[in-house]
Ligand binder design. Sequence first.
Ligand code: SF4
Ligand code: SF4
Length: 481
Amino acid sequence: MTDTPNPAASSARAVGVGNRYKAYSISWNLTQRCNLFCAHCYMSAFSHADSSNEFTTQECFRVMDEIAEINPDVFLILTGGEPLIRKDIFDLAAYGTDKGFTVVLGTNGVLLREKEARAMRRSGIQGASISLDSTDAKKHDEFRKLPHSFRDAVRATQILKAEGLDFSLHMSVMPWNVSEIPAMIDLARALGAKVLNFFFLVQTGRGAEIADIKPEQYEEMLTYLAKAQGVGQAAGRADGLGSVFDQPEDPWTMPAGRSGELILRAKCAPHFRRIIYQLDPESSLLKNYAQGSCPAGKYYCRISPNGDVTPCPYMPVAAGNLRQQSFAEIWRSAPALNDLRDPKLGGRCGECEFSEICGGCRCRAYAAYGDYLAEDPACGYQPGAYGGRRIALPQEQTFGLEVTMTLAWSEGAKERLKRLPSFARGMVARSVERYAGEQGITQITPEVMRVVREQAEVRLGRRFNFSEFSREAPALKQGDA
Ligand code: SF4
Ligand code: SF4
């Protein structure tokens, strides 16, 4: 025996690891150009950013072909900089839609008028996320460095609504606006947002110059957000916030299609799941991907304007470049992605009982310590309080499972399953088959799925239907060419 490393064997091992993971969601920063100059921008975007190295339309088409090899149902977020600055944005969206992708737009909303909203719908874009950092127009404008950017973002939400397109709001949480979270929830409800995402700061790009909130403030805010969704409380008793928050987040609600409901999400604060668990280990908000909370590098990645693939938008470490390698090659074998798939975490995250359902933010660790496997400095938890044993999710709470059908499924039932977001299908298939097994049912039909859905509605206290997940573009309105 010899200890000499065998490069062929280690590369085969890496490919093996890569094959176990699927890119369910990809953020594509199509340009560094932006009409705003926000103080926290991880892209350091600005209006005259060099665009000479941006991927051309044809290169983008080629990359989408390559992405489809890994996941033909991918959830593709086209963003920037400001993606509406790219003249080919709707051609790119239409190409992705034609391939079967679910395409959404991440925009600051300033350039979004009726014409753009119509083009979004025609190109199959399913919705947009609009950024608002304050409920005070002046503070938002000062932070984003453009007068009237608040007014324009709000106008964009109204235009999207009128066009029948869903939108989510994104708020980046920082020390200066952390106290505005309750007011932002009210504003999102008033505007008719489907989802309000709270992004917690990662100090990268221009954001490196901004102070983050302290671990105690994270603890306080994340506990507030969990309770605002009824975690750890009886349904309908959402801390005085009103019944809209009674419902937990679950895969069924991802593209929520009804008015009067708002889903809250904490983004890039994986220890939210530890806090939810501490409030209620049975909470359906814990539903998550296998192998840890943050999907970066495992189920999610980012493409930069010049074609670098990174595990997430806030991570400046490139796994490879799409001018040198195909997307599939990078996805399956890049060390920077594989390191995050079976991570050997350091510090408190390495010792933590919650490392599987949380695992900390790898970008925040990188920004703080130059090591993406180090502990997450935003979390104040001291491992050991739960006895040191790793806490794992049961399969019915795990996204990203392969669809395994052990019973017979009718064509109609398979069709219904296909309408779900791809990351949720395996989990739903298992729930449906478990119910069928308990009832002695041998064939899964749409009727069986309906019963399981209704039981979930009773359990979760809300109604939903399978058409919520249709990937078909909304119907054209009169007057659309
Ligand atoms: S590594 Fe951190 S910033 Fe990146 S997606 Fe995960 S939680 Fe968010
Ligand atoms: S110590 Fe790390 S793994 Fe544990 S809860 Fe905090 S961030 Fe998550």
